[in-house]
Design a protein around this ligand. Sequence first.
Ligand code: GSH
Length: 220
Amino acid sequence: MTTSGQEKKLQLYSYHRSSCSFRVRIALNLKGLDYEYKAVNLLKGEQKSPEFLKLNPIGYVPALVDGDIMIADSFAIIMYLEEKYPQHPLLPRDLQKRAINYQAANIVSASIQPLQNLDVLKYIEEKVGPEAKIAWLEKHIGKGFAALEKLLKNHAGKYATGDDVFLADLFLAPQIHGAVQRFNLDMTPYPLLARLYEAYMQVPAIQDALPEKQPDFPST
Ligand SMILES: N[C@@H](CCC(=O)N[C@@H](CS)C(=O)NCC(=O)O)C(=O)O
């Protein structure tokens, strides 16, 4: 067993640009867990291959293998890691702050990210058109971001719920990064999230989890 409590090297099935994989990469980095990066190219449809569907029947990344244990879904994976590897806790002790972390994480994972998933955007682009895709993204990411601004107003410190990086930050950093870098969202209406984003970009565990730092990030 290693000093971090690992019995065997973990394997993370991930795609560099996937915000859901990015969340788990941050958790692994914060907890100092060594892992093997197993690239799944979403643009080539590798998430729908029979081998990958054995790991996650719904065909989404991320998925984690820890010895005989296989887990898919970023929230489930992060909670598993939290319970098995308690170093760098991802939840505050204060119960209200803890609940705010769950709420913020779920706004991102249930009310924003599914609406910007590959299949959804492809469908809108093909059935309605490229302009509709942009309006759709602005509307749904904006709705979630506006709610997060209000939710976190009285709880944020340096990060979403204080001066430590917690669960909410693991969901927010990739979501804001994607909105800014991939979808060119104007962050002016979301000053708190814009400030958090600047802070996130200074955190080594987040920097190392960025899409461009991953082995499957295209070189050209
Ligand atoms: N709730 C799941 C969502 C997983 C998910 O939507 N993953 C996206 C990437 S962020 C994906 O694999 N998309 C592939 C597709 O739409 O075919 C989680 O948090 O892991």
